[in-house]
Design a protein around this ligand. Sequence first.
Ligand code: UGA
Length: 445
Amino acid sequence: MKIIVIGTGYVGLITGLGFSSLNHQVTCVDINEKVVEKLNKGIPTFFEKGLEDLLKKELSSGRFKANTNLKEDIQEVDLIFIAVGTPSLNNGKIDLSFIKTVSETIGKEIKNIDRFISIIVKSTVLPKTTDTLVREIIEDFSEKELGEFGLGMNPEFLREGSALEDFMNPDRIIIGFEDIKTKKSLANLYESWDCEKIFVNTRTAELIKYTNNGFLALLISATNEIAKISSSIGNIDIKEVMHGVHLDKRWNPKVNNKRVYPKIIDYLEAGCGFGGSCFPKDVKALIKYGEENGNDMKIFRNIIEINNDQPKTIIRDLSKVTSFEDKNILILGLAFKPGTDDVRESPAIAVVKELLKKDIKIFLHDPIAIINFKKEIGANSKIKFINNWLDQVSKSAIIIILTKWEEYEKLNYSNLSGKIIYDARRVLSKEKLYCRKYMSIGLQN
Ligand code: UGA
């Protein structure tokens, strides 16, 4: 098939390259000339495992290219995917301005084209965006009616850090459609994928995506709330509490007498909170949308409140056992999760901002996210970014781990006398740190 993907962020670029690797002809469109130039030279615009190699491979196969406009390829295209950003506005509402602009461009471009083209929304959007807003704009600007063009909604479930793998091995594919031709095209496109495919209308597809992220965020915040109880009692480790919970066969069934330990259990683990470009934005948008539709979004409002408090919990816990004044603090991990250089809504931002209120020196490390974090936090004389964190350990009074990077497991357990270690992601072994001052979310002795 001939495919155009509009937007070259996480979703757009991974989707475009994924389809290209499966022998489709793909053009990824972005209005940013610099981005297009870089991509056509084989330089990815963000870090993701395997991305650079795949980009180079697909460029040289001749199946993939980037462009600043749709014009060149629209005459022959079968499917146009919209994969532009849908960020949060200040009031938490979803910002649909990119979706609107792109729908307008598509409408104008398909106006004088006889070919049947299906437009598929891949961006995360709230129910009724595709079948109402996108449809109306395309109809207005193309002077065509739905049926003369096709409309679909096909949410993605990629996780940063394992996006290519997730694209190739999805848990399920949600195919939202408003016309039968689009349903058939998408069924064709995804034919070779061996997973459940769910065919629904576009507004159902949209709500599935939000509910998916909302539920995962809910599990994280629910666990973090129990972690607070555990800390306030003392001498309880939330990890042990949750292990007991994990053994319920509804979370963790036995197959052939062996526990499965499904991935969902990750989300029952306490920590310093969720970040990234999806959970915070999607939960906030869902709350606003629910409220606008007359629903009191009690549970979802509290997910955000609990999550916003998690980074502060670390400072509160530490304040109970030490003073910060004149101390060197080492922060390990700035990315919102391992495997990415993305720091958007990373708990590290809130932790560092809180610490900057104190008279201390902060040393910050991350294997790949330092550049992005610098842009986020700005220059400050109290902050120093370091590459060699192991050397800094002996010079620091407090060590805080905020991202579960594997390399932090190398922390030398024998070298930690007199130091406080706050392991907000449970990277280290509590047993090996016995007798040291080892703290975590939901673990206060
Ligand atoms: C998330 C979803 O997992 C994807 O299915 C979805 O496609 C994507 O959002 C999206 O909507 O685009 P992602 O944001 O890449 O993917 O990251 P996750 O691995 O889900 O982690 C999200 C956040 O939750 C991270 O900050 C992580 O550290 C945090 N987390 C995760 C916890 O705080 N505790 C946990 O137990 C698990």
